[in-house]
Design a protein around this ligand. Sequence first.
Ligand SMILES: [Zn+2]
Length: 186
Amino acid sequence: MLEYCLNCDYENALELKREPVIITVRGEAIETIEEFYHCPACGEKFTSSLGHDALEEAYREYRSRHHLVQPEEIRHWREDYGLTLTELSLMLEWNEATLNRFEQGALQDASDDKWLKFIMVPQNLLYLIISKPETLRREKREQLITQLSTNRKVVEALQQFYSLLLENFSDFSKLRSNAIQLRANT
Ligand SMILES: [Zn+2]
């Protein structure tokens, strides 16, 4: 579809151009590609409506540099568990619009990202589902608890956790018996 220049009263067809541009994201210079329409007659630039968004690309690059979760990772992960925006935002204690913005490409800050990564670990999600029963319908809650508690990663993590407890518990009981012996010897 041809686009025409607003300045030249629609006489000139615009050219679609892509040029490198530097965008500063949180003080960091990120090179990305800007897509725009250019009028060969008057030189005016118009925003492209084709969907390539330089800011979005810059955010994506910033996230990958800083190991932040990408928007589609959040959405895919949420959908894999069949959680709605409302349910997940209740669990995160965020308002739904905030979660939706992150899924749509808004740049999260480091603390929001930590919280997201925390809940994306299956045993943490299980913990949240158990500790916040009001956030899900009963059947969905039960189904997710079953699904998560048989998840291999969760089982392994819980096994590690319990062996850690046991180890420390036996140390603790050894310490206690030593202390009793000491007391008996004095
Ligand atoms: Zn023009």
